[in-house]
Write a protein that binds this ligand. Structure first.
Ligand code: SF4
Ligand code: SF4
Ligand code: FES
Length: 236
């Protein structure tokens, strides 16, 4: 079986590797598909639904980050309906927690904020939930502010898949879901955290941050995670 397939993305014919996802194939050809839970090198989970695309002949929208390419596939990544859904998803994310950008350590380098600007979210039509979301500042180097968390689970995956420490998980249900540290320990009480900082670097918002940094300094280096995964793969 050939390991190369041909697909069309927004009408343009591109070649992809069998086993690649639509998102990976698109990114490899410099095509933008909105995403937040995706981080190159981590297992895709389809959590944020921003990357939903239309595939010809399929009666429902598919997440580009978890859908493998198939030969002859015709994918639409942008149209009025997809843009509308994506704006709605972002508005719901903003309304679910307390994203007060002006006092966030990630202001001006937050992926959620940048995505909203890029997709033209100018206001939120849904009532804000204003949940009482806790802040865990017990770790000597890092802070978890649940007010900014979008439950993308990048931190969960990087800690489990790259660091091998399995410190984070998601507990609760629905709108009450929260990031949890080792079955509800405080971060300082964690038995397995190595203080490597990978979770902080992979977090797209200000939910995880390093202590002692000004907003301008707290730029996340997500690409270092992807490079680390590539390097590990090369040695395997
Ligand atoms: S600092 Fe490293 S080991 Fe600790 S929770 Fe974050 S990724 Fe896991
Ligand atoms: S803390 Fe950050 S990386 Fe972890 S789930 Fe929340 S937003 Fe995502
Ligand atoms: S990037 Fe595909 S669902 Fe989040």
């Amino acid at each position: 079986m050939p390991d190369r397939v041909s697909i069309r993305i927004d009408g343009e014919l591109i070649h992809a590797r069998l086993g690649q996802t639509i998102l990976e194939a698109a990114l490899a050809h410099g095509k933008f598909i909105p995403s937040l839970c995706h981080l190159k090198g981590l297992t895709p989970v389809g959590a944020c639904r921003l990357c939903l695309v239309e595939v010809a002949g399929v009666g429902r929208l598919l997440p580009a980050c978890t859908t493998p390419v198939q030969d002859g596939m015709a994918v639409t990544t942008r149209n009025e309906k997809l843009d509308r859904y994506r704006r709605m998803i972002l508005e719901l994310l903003f309304s679910e927690r307390n994203h007060i950008c002006a006092v966030c350590v990630s202001n001006n380098h937050c992926e959620l904020q940048a995505m909203a600007q890029r997709l033209g979210v100018t206001h939120v039509r849904f009532p804000y939930s204003f949940p009482r979301a806790p802040v865990d500042a017990t770790h000597r180097q890092f802070v978890l502010d649940q007010n900014r968390c979008i439950l993308c689970t990048r931190c969960v995956r990087v800690c489990a898949e790259v660091e091998g420490a399995h410190v984070w998980d998601v507990g609760g249900r629905g709108i009450g879901s929260r990031l949890t540290c080792e079955l509800n320990r405080s971060w300082a009480e964690s038995r397995y955290c190595t203080s490597c900082g990978k979770c902080v670097q992979s977090c797209p918002t200000g939910a995880l941050a390093a202590k002692g940094y000004a907003a301008e300094e707290m730029v996340k280096r997500t690409e270092t995670i992807s490079r680390l995964v590539e390097a590990k793969g090369a040695r395997a």
